[in-house]
Design a binder for this molecule. Sequence first.
Ligand SMILES: *Cc1c(COP(=O)(O)O)cnc(C)c1O
Length: 358
Amino acid sequence: MIISDKYLVSNKEDLEAIEEVLNNKKLSGTSDVIEKYEKELASFFKSKYAVTVSSGTAAVQTALFSVGVESGDEVIVSSNCPCMTVFPIIFIGAKPIFCDVNRDNFGLNLDSLNKKITPKTKAIIEIPMWGYPTEVNKLYKFSKSEKIPLILDLAQAQGTKLKDNYLSFYGDISCFSTHDRKLIATGEGGYILTNNKYFYNLAKKFIKFGDMNGVNFGLNYKLGAMQAAIGIKRINNFNNQLKKRKENARYIMHNLNNPKIKEFEIVKNGSPNYYSLLLVLNFKNNSKIIEELENKGIPSDIKRYNYKVLYKYPIFKKFKSMCKNSEDMSLKITTIPVHPAMQKTELDYIINSLNSLK
Ligand SMILES: *Cc1c(COP(=O)(O)O)cnc(C)c1O
């Protein structure tokens, strides 16, 4: 059996949405459909403002610009995230400062964070990987007391909640991707959410050449109208998708009886979106186990992306700062697909395969 880790929605509604855009003859990022999509995103995620952008990476860069990160500044970030969160920092000419995470979750460790703050720190970025919530409420309190803006990279955490609030509730500005692999998928695309009018206005201008008024700086990070039209349809079905993912994850965990495998920590009052089911392995050689699962047709993001702490890759080596918890965590986790297209036979196959691992 080969299990797909990719969930692609396609339905009749998509064609209707695209046809409507084509008939309107406005395909660019200034079409009315963009405004409609932004309104729906803001309303769904209970945020004051939404700005759609061309990718998740563009969202991160827009957020950094909006909070005022400039060349020579420092941005604190965990080393457990993908390169896409850190490249925009480097591109601005700022320096990524890798900070350790907590022992059992992806939240920045507040003690380590406290030690990393300098007068040059201009932003903190938290990245709840694979949609598992972190204690962003505590982090936000801390960042506010330090007067440093908190950016949340929620590309993998769309729909993830803490205390019944979407995580974006606890940050100054939140970044999302709608790439094909993400939960609200439009092919390529992204958006930011914020309750801060000042950041919103800066972001809005930045993504369209600073409004071309000869005063503001900006680039073109606008989302196209067709992606927006598809995005609107995706929001309609999003809660169903989340429900199904949770059911699949619960079904696997309920039937799992291998003492060497447990689910990744869900912080108190947290609710993951189950972008993936994340497992913590306790075998002698965890990477061999991941390989074994892969050979059985059960794919893992750890293998797909050669996942390790970022400073172990050549391009990030010069930013190395030892993060012990981050390293330990990267060596013991693996992902299991639980998307809505999974069949019961596939879930049972995964359960049996996991239970038989020694
Ligand atoms: C996917 C992802 C991004 C980048 O999104 P793109 O739309 O592919 O540019 C950024 N951060 C995280 C955590 C992601 O998972």
